[in-house]
Write a protein that binds this ligand. Structure first.
Ligand code: ZN
Length: 117
């Protein structure tokens, strides 16, 4: 039993909480493991060197804040987010198509000139 942090209602007992990410931030992970002194833990097990691998690092996102919500809130929120994502993708595709059209408009006269010669 818990209180949904979105609709503020108390859900019936036995209902599972769902976590909803509300805030993320970009994060850069530094590479590590190139220097042997950076490797922690047991280095040898039964005479064999450990299989700890070199971590090349990279970029990603880490969660800053998440809330516990009821299943119905999670469902509506996830649907909303999926739609937003779809809209963003569509907008991106449209932008890409416009750019391609612009490139084609530039390219087409050049081809016509070649044909005219
Ligand atoms: Zn709710």
């Amino acid at each position: 039993m818990f209180r949904c942090q979105l609709c503020k209602t108390i859900v019936p007992a036995g209902t599972r909480t769902q976590k909803l990410t509300t805030k993320t931030r970009p994060k850069e992970y530094a590479a590590r493991g190139t220097d042997p002194s950076e490797r922690r833990g047991r280095r040898f097990s039964r005479g064999r060197p450990s299989k700890q691998k070199f971590d090349k690092g990279g970029t990603g996102f880490e969660i800053v804040q998440e809330i516990s919500v009821c299943p119905s809130c999670a469902e509506t929120e996830n649907a909303k987010r999926a739609e937003e994502q779809k809209a963003a993708l569509a907008a991106e595709a449209l932008l890409l198509a416009e750019n391609n059209a612009a490139v084609e408009q530039v390219a087409v006269p050049a081809v016509e000139e070649q044909v005219a010669e």
